[in-house]
Design a protein around this ligand. Structure first.
Ligand code: FES
Length: 204
């Protein structure tokens, strides 16, 4: 069983304007509800770097040799360790690193492995999960390739990527939130909505 860190995602960064194009593939419509903190684009009068992920955001690798690349589903190896990413405002190109809960993990699995709930949030097998453990909020950094589980090193909670982040082991009691995805006209992964549930550590 391989244990990996969180390498970066893929896709050369290009002009932000291309991300205004219609989304063509995905498990959820771009206009899907925003299930996270309740922030909306209307609140974006403020610094866009501080907004939680918004529908239409693309994803950018933030660590490792592919840092700065934009995520494409077809550039992700199926079953490989996830890449650590942040959402990017398509209008300004601003990486939304100012919101502490925007840290995400992107990976790709064969759609035939996925539960219906997971497929609904996938785009060509690409999946995005919050990188913040729902137990006490540590950053998740380990990938158990055989089990397809994301593992938190703090208290060893495990979350099943094939089953919408369900808890498989450890003290965590809550699923790892996902971000529903779509692909834009050029095949880049974009958020089709906000987090499926509120990200972050939970007290209960
Ligand atoms: S903070 Fe992740 S298992 Fe406790």
């Amino acid at each position: 069983m391989a244990k990996h860190g969180s390498p970066p995602c893929d896709g050369a960064a290009s002009g932000a304007s291309t991300h205004r194009r219609a989304l063509i593939v995905g498990g959820a419509a771009l206009a899907a509800g925003f299930a996270g903190s309740g922030e909306t684009a209307a609140a974006a009068g403020a610094d866009p770097s501080k907004l939680e992920v918004q529908p239409g955001d693309f994803l950018e690798i933030v660590r490792g040799p592919r840092k700065g690349e934009r995520v494409r589903a077809d550039a992700l190896e199926i079953g490989a360790a996830p890449f650590e990413c942040f959402p990017v405002d398509p209008a300004t190109g601003t990486v939304r690193r100012g919101h502490r809960l925007n840290r995400m993990l992107v990976l790709r699995l064969d759609p035939s492995e996925l539960s219906d709930a997971t497929v609904a949030n996938a785009a060509d097998g690409a999946l995005v999960f919050s990188a913040i453990c729902t137990h006490k909020g540590c950053t998740i950094k380990s990938w158990m390739a055989e089990e397809r589980n994301l593992r938190c090193h703090c208290h060893l909670s495990q979350f099943d990527a094939r089953s919408a982040g369900d808890v498989r082991n450890g003290p965590a009691k809550h699923q790892l939130p996902m971000v529903p995805l779509a692909l834009d006209a050029e095949g880049f992964v974009v958020a089709a909505g906000g987090f499926t549930s509120a990200p972050g550590g939970k007290t209960k």
